[in-house]
Design a protein around this ligand. Structure first.
Ligand SMILES: NC(=O)c1ccc[n+]([C@@H]2O[C@H](COP(=O)([O-])OP(=O)(O)OC[C@H]3O[C@@H](n4cnc5c(N)ncnc54)[C@H](O)[C@@H]3O)[C@@H](O)[C@H]2O)c1
Length: 434
């Protein structure tokens, strides 16, 4: 099949490449010419394990193309996936759908034969209706069909998630398009993926409800961790004990920093706005948002306590600054709140991240990138383990830090408190007592 992915970011690039690997002819389009030129030369603009090999393989096999010519790419394709960003609107909780509607307008001018138009971007309920209205202003409804096919991949695991998804959700009542989509996904269905056909609005809401639920699980366990700290209980026991209940499940039950990333913060806000727009107060999700906002403040307070409120000139080393391991995505990472707050109080901050330097900290005073763990940890007063990269899981702190007093705040509970105490390290973690 001939596909066009509009928006070549984390979702458009990964799903476009994977579709091409399944034997389809795919054009990945982006308005960012620099990105397209890099990709044409096999340079991957994002960090995603396994992606580079797959891009190179499918360019070589002539199934994967990159372009910034939207009109031409639409004309050449039968199925168009909209994969552009849907960030939060400035000064509001609503999703900003400018990029989606711009694409819809472009599409309305370029329909030369029947097109299946699919939102893979996460869009609020009724967005598909609006896209249909925009396109039908210039085209007969017989010439196109608008579907919702939300994407559930996780950054860092994106290729595996695309090939072995828990479920594929396609929202449409159009029998002809549904048949084509089921055929497109048939190699994944053959490997065991569940295929769910719903109404377009239901598919749109499944995505938001799923993300809100996962964010709720994280926030829930973070609050239970707070209680564990007061009652001298190990949160890891609670996570395991709860997770063994199949009705609950163990995933997303690990205590840590506030959830971040390009999806949960914006999607929890957007679904509450949708609720408000339809006069439905989604109080659970609203309290999750509030609790998560408080989380970074609470962990910062812990940092201040660990340092006896003497922050000025303290050498604080962050291991990992992205919102989670195995991605370079900084969007809404809790480090964006913690590092500037500590820098304002006069701390001398160094950070190391396996995905390199982050422009987000450029403007902050005394915040410097170290290109190795060794340089980052040398003579640190306090080490903050912020993300759960494998690289950080078995460090010999005594050898690396070269300080008499070593203090570690492990926000991901990567180490055993008993072992750390045995090594004479002052070790703090989350939900395992102060
Ligand atoms: N990142 C994730 O893990 C993830 C997972 C599931 C769903 N989603 C959803 O998928 C959507 C895309 O997310 P992302 O992280 O891939 O975003 P992204 O910001 O990485 O990529 C979006 C791309 O779209 C391009 N773009 C914008 N307008 C364009 C236009 N008119 N023509 C061509 N290109 C255009 C941008 O230049 C950018 O490269 C969002 O709605 C997001 O919520 C993301």
């Amino acid at each position: 099949m001939k596909l066009c992915m509009i928006g070549t970011g984390y979702v458009g690039l990964v799903s476009g490449v994977c579709f091409s690997d399944l034997g389809n002819q795919v054009i990945c389009v982006d308005k960012d010419l620099a990105k397209i030129n890099k990709l044409k030369n096999g340079i991957i603009p994002i960090y995603e394990p396994g992606l580079e090999e797959l891009v190179k393989k499918n360019i070589k096999n002539k199934r994967l193309n990159f372009s910034n010519n939207l009109k031409e790419s639409i004309k050449k394709s039968d199925i168009i996936f909209i994969c552009v960003g849907t960030p939060t609107k400035r000064n509001s909780s609503n999703a900003d759908l400018k990029q989606i509607y711009n694409v819809a307008k472009e599409l309305s001018k370029s329909i030369n034969k029947f097109k299946i138009i699919i939102t893979k971007s996460t869009v609020p309920v009724t967005t598909g209706d609006t896209i249909e209205n925009i396109i039908s202003k210039k085209n007969s409804k017989k010439k196109f069909s608008v579907l919702s096919n939300p994407e559930f991949l996780r950054e860092g695991e994106a290729i595996r998630d695309f090939i072995y998804p828990d479920r594929i959700v396609v929202g449409s009542n159009d029998t002809k398009s549904n048949k084509i989509l089921k055929n497109l996904y048939s190699p994944l269905i053959a490997k065991g993926a569940n295929y769910l056909n719903t109404s377009r609005r239901a598919a749109e809401l499944i995505k938001y409800a799923s993300n809100a639920f996962l964010a709720t699980k994280i926030t829930f366990i973070n609050e239970i961790a707070n209680l564990c700290e007061k009652t001298n209980i190990n949160i890891d026991d609670i996570s395991i004990g709860m997770g063994l209940d199949q009705r609950i499940g163990g995933r997303f039950l690990r205590a840590g920093p506030a959830y971040g990333g390009s999806c949960f913060p914006k999607d929890t806000k957007a679904i509450t706005s949708t609720g408000d727009n339809f006069k439905t107060n989604l109080t659970v999700i609203k309290s999750v948002i509030k609790s998560n906002e408080d989380r970074s403040k609470l962990l910062l307070k812990r940092v201040y306590e660990i340092l006896n409120n003497k922050i000025k000139n303290k050498k604080i080393s962050f291991l990992g600054v992205t919102f989670k391991a195995n991605t370079d995505d900084m969007r809404d990472s809790s480090s964006l709140k913690m590092i500037p707050a500590l820098s304002k109080k006069g701390a001398l901050i160094r950070y190391y991240d396996p995905t390199g330097f982050k422009k987000e900290f450029k403007k902050h005073k005394n915040v410097n990138y170290s290109d190795t763990i060794i340089k980052c940890l040398y003579k640190a007063d306090l080490i903050i383990i912020h993300t759960e990269w494998n690289d950080f899981k078995s460090l010999d702190f005594k050898k690396l830090v070269k300080n008499k007093k070593i203090m570690i705040f492990d926000m991901r509970n990567l180490y055993s408190p008993k072992k750390m105490i045995k090594k004479n390290l002052k070790y703090f973690s989350v939900g395992r007592g102060l």
